[in-house]
Every structure is written in C-alpha cells, then in structure tokens.
Write a protein that binds this ligand. Sequence first.
Ligand code: PLP
Length: 399
Amino acid sequence: MSIERLVRKELHGPGRRSATRRSGPPDPEMISLAAGDPNFLLPKYIADTINQAILDGYTHYMFGGDPQLKVEAAKYYSKYGYKTMPSQVSLTNGGSSSIFQAYAAILDPGDEVVAFDPAYSGGTMVPAYFGAKIVYAPLVKDDTGMYDFDEEELKKKINSKTKALYVENPGNPSGKVYGEKECKIIADLAVDHDFIVVSDETYTEFVWTGEDHFPIITLPGMENRTIVTMALTKMFSWAGMRTGWTISGPELAPYVGRAPGGGLSWPIQKGAIKALQDGYQFVLNMRKEYEERIEYTAKRLNEMPGIKCPKPQGAFYMFPCIEDTSMTSMEFCQKLVEEQKVRAIPGASYGAGNGEGNVRFSLIRPLSNTTMPSWFEHKKGYMLEDAMDRIEKFVLSHA
Ligand SMILES: Cc1ncc(COP(=O)(O)O)c(C=O)c1O
C-alpha cells in the first residue's frame, strides 16, 4: 500500500524542514538566528491576567471570539488611519491562521495568487490546498543587496485567473516596506483586474523608514478588496500563544468571518485584551532593542569580506547578500551550522528561489547591553555579539 496515494500531493516528499535543522535534541552550543520567534519575556501583568482568567472560569467555548478583543483589535488598527469597526475583525489563532482564513474565504480551484519572490512561505504554501496556483513576481535586487518592488515584473504575472495578490508589508525576508506609492500601484492593478489583496501586516510595529505604516485598505476601491492579516506574534513577542485576526471591509468581512481561522483560547484572549489596552510601552521598548540590534549587525556584517548587508526598511531580519563568498545560500547556511553552530535560513528557500544569494538572520538574540528579560538565560558566549563573532570567523575562514 502506498501512503502517498492516500495523502495530498502537496505533502509528498521529504517535508518542509529547514535545510540546516538536524533531528535529535537541541544542541546547547547552537545560536539559532533562524526562526522569527522574538525573545522578549512578556510583562508579568499580562501573564497575571491570563492566570486570573483561568481561575475566573474563562475556560469554556467562546464562539466567535471575545467581543472585547474585536473592539481592541479594531481600535488598534484604526490608529493607522482606517476607521475599523469590531464587526470587520475576525479572530484567528495566529498570523498563519489569518492567512489561511483569507485564502479560505476567496480561493476556488484554478485561481491564481501572485506573490513576490522572495516571500514568506507561510503565505505562499496555502493556496495549493484550495486547488489554486501561486505565481511569483520577482523583486529586484539593487547594488546594496536589498530587494525592491518592480511594477513591470508584477504586471507580467497578472491575468484573468488572478484572484489575489499576497504581500507582506513589511516584507519577510526582504525587509521591504511598501509605502503609499507602491500601495497605489498595487491598488490600481487590483481594481483594474478585479482581484483581492491579502495584505499581511504582521510587522507594522517594526517599520524603520521614519514613516508610518501605510494601510492599502484606505485606497480608493480597496476597502472591500483587501484582507488584512495580523497577529500578536511579533507585536507582543507572543508566538506560542497563537493570537491573530483578519480585517476586511464591511461587505467582505461577513464572508471572511465564515471561513475557518482556528479557535482561540479564551484566557489568552483576555491577555490579548490587556496587552492591547495597556501594553504599548512594552512594544516601544522592544522596538528600541531591535533598532540597536539592526544597527549593530549591519555594521558587523558589512565589515565581513564578501558580505553586503542593507538595513531592512521593516521587520527584524537581516537579509545580507553573500554572493561574493562564492557559496550558495544553502552551502553558506549548512557550513555555518557545522563549523560555527549558528543557524540561519538560505534565501533560496523563500519563494521560487529568487532569494538565492542572500541569507536570513533573525535578530531574536539580545545584545549584551539588553535591558529586557528573555525567556531564555542570557549567557556569555551566546549573545548577538557572539553570533556575529562566529559568523565573522566562518566568513574569514572561507575568504
Ligand atoms: C510575514 C509573516 N506573516 C505571518 C507570520 C505568521 O505568524 P504566526 O506565528 O502568528 O502564525 C509570520 C511569521 O514569521 C510572518 O513572518
């Protein structure tokens, strides 16, 4: 009997494991800059709120989600200049579920979804489950190693089958921020060609351009043509607590709300309400630390031979160009793990491979001057400076 005959073809093959990950127990000497799982320990008052909610009996079904969390999420998003009603919010258990819900609401077999390349894989793997196809529009790499938007490349990929465009703003791994100018180009295409924009706004708190995040949903014709996906995962260092939502226009929202987005734990929802009401200083503190980490790692990486490292416009990933080391991104990451025990993600593993030549380092390790506690011990030899020392040693040994 062939098990593969019985399971979906998207699940065949070796599976989607990081190329540099090994089975077995975690290696205590490893410094992982692979996952986008922030290190910050949540403020105690949020944990206390969750504990108290359990003791108070918020341990039952809460069909449709806690109405107060919808109020807080709507209030939160309104700060970007789009007056959002709680009825436009649909709660999900994390950003991946928000993306799933968005696609579940709109895709039919035969549809096409355009995504930029490189793109966050969680946004590009799902359409196949609905019989839809992903079509990649390459971002173009400039002289600094930074990936940028290219209107002509995008236009080439749009046709009568295009049902949606998936765009992460800010981008992961590209670090690209799509401001008003790019959003207008995308919005005009969406209106002219009648498709939806799945606008993944997971990193809106981490925009480094000095300008505010620009919400594409505010552009003419876009209100009922945009599904915004969000999560507390990065915004509140909340990855394991699985809390997210979608926001869409008043006509679209009832349909999106009917599509599956997972159920949230009620005590966690109580914690999320508290975080959105009282937790903003925590976000500001994290932001300050990320900015310091970006400054520091950009300087260190740019000093290494063969590495060009642009600063990201948004999010907290460094995506340096390693082409001049003469290694592929996969070789670079595999050898880096073997020789120096630092884990990173090859650029080629995002999208259709247009990220080749770059490597993603997630800035989830603190600098040694950190003032914020992490959920792991801050040990000498394992801080961000140490990770950069190890990478430098690796690059020099291959120069
Ligand atoms: C762009 C983007 N969207 C969505 C997610 C998913 O987040 P979650 O862990 O909440 O599912 C991530 C996580 O890395 C991401 O980078």
